[in-house]
Design a protein around this ligand. Sequence first.
Ligand code: FAD
Length: 396
Amino acid sequence: SNIPKIVILGAGYGGILTALRLQKELNYNEADVTLVNKHDYHYITTHLHMPAAGTDNPENARVSISKLIDEFKIDFVKSTVVQIRPQDKKVILEDGTLSYDYLVIGLGGEPETFGIPGLGEHAMNIRSINSVRLIREHIEYQFARFKREPHRTDYLTFVVGGAGFTGIEFVGELSDRIPELCKQFDVDPALVKIYNIEAAPTALPGFDPELVEYGMDVLTKKGVTFRIGTAIKECSPEGVVVGEGEEIKSATVIWTGGIRGNRLIEEAGFETMRGRVKVDEFLRSPGNENIYIVGDNSLMFNPEGRPYPPTAQIAMQQGVVCAHNLVASIRNQPPKGFTFSNKGTVASLGKGEAIGIAFGKKYKGRVAAWLKKAIDLRYLFIIGGISLVLRKGKFL
Ligand code: FAD
């Protein structure tokens, strides 16, 4: 048939929003839409710091894709993409091949290790349901091991590399979880150490300095030791080497220090910067006007010429514009340029504590924590309506 084929790779924030909007805007038989994702669920990445620390169940951070999309309108394929072939307009899956007229790449980023030796091999990452289950089990296992080998205090030392939003939110949760684990395993809380190590001269670089100070103060009181302006030089099964050669012995290193684009994009021959493609204002890859790139794999610059940080917020807004432009292209209408509308940023610091900027104002403490909850509920509403809010909202 000559119905255009749209293939969306990845059902993360960018991919799912593109699919949901296409499903709404396309008329019957106007296009064939296929959504491909590694798992049959969408994960709420912005919530993953909680199940990683064990303060929430991983089930609460995922939603079955079949509950979100209308499978009469969108074909869902559960598979892993192994290769993108722009020359042939094909995508190779682990178990098949798809051809497309239009491609949307929303495969999410990968950890950037900046070439630091051992970090790729020995550090864990907060990226997916599977990766956070591993972190949670690993942390509990260290407490159990320590009871058998009480001289091994490195089992009770937790190193978090990176004090960006993910690192800060994770140490907030971890410091809430530690007292509970100490009680459960009869461990003296004074033996447990949480290090948050950041190479930049400040935590949350670029964020409001007064809120950063407040946040660090809250976390320090909860038992987090910050090492700011300190680079991790090496990571091994024994721990990390930092700064001028100081060793921190630890059986648990979690790296949150950087995100790069998905490897498949470089491998496909796209021109990239740290794995991300500098898209045009319509979210298309230069030279491949039938390929749209959304979320962590796209690179866009703000009016001051600085790259937007990869966030769920921008990925969602891109998904909406991407869907609009796909429909426009099919109908031979002009595309719409993307402009980011910053709704604010809130970082959780654990139970009942957060810092954030929204509506041009600063928030901290309990009010900021409510704001965080409101943002999470709004997201559930956008993707799954009131029924999803009722099913999952109570856990946030
Ligand atoms: P993702 O949401 O990463 O989704 C990618 C999808 O592609 C996944 O479903 C994955 O399974 C699938 N996939 C990957 N590879 C393949 C493959 N080869 N084949 C098939 N499928 C594949 N941002 C905010 O705006 N606010 C926040 O408060 C916030 N908090 C965060 C907290 C944490 C702990 C983390 C880790 C991130 C946070 N972020 C936050 C950042 C945000 O989560 C990301 O920027 C966002 O998820 C990027 O969306 P995406 O659509 O690019 O991809």
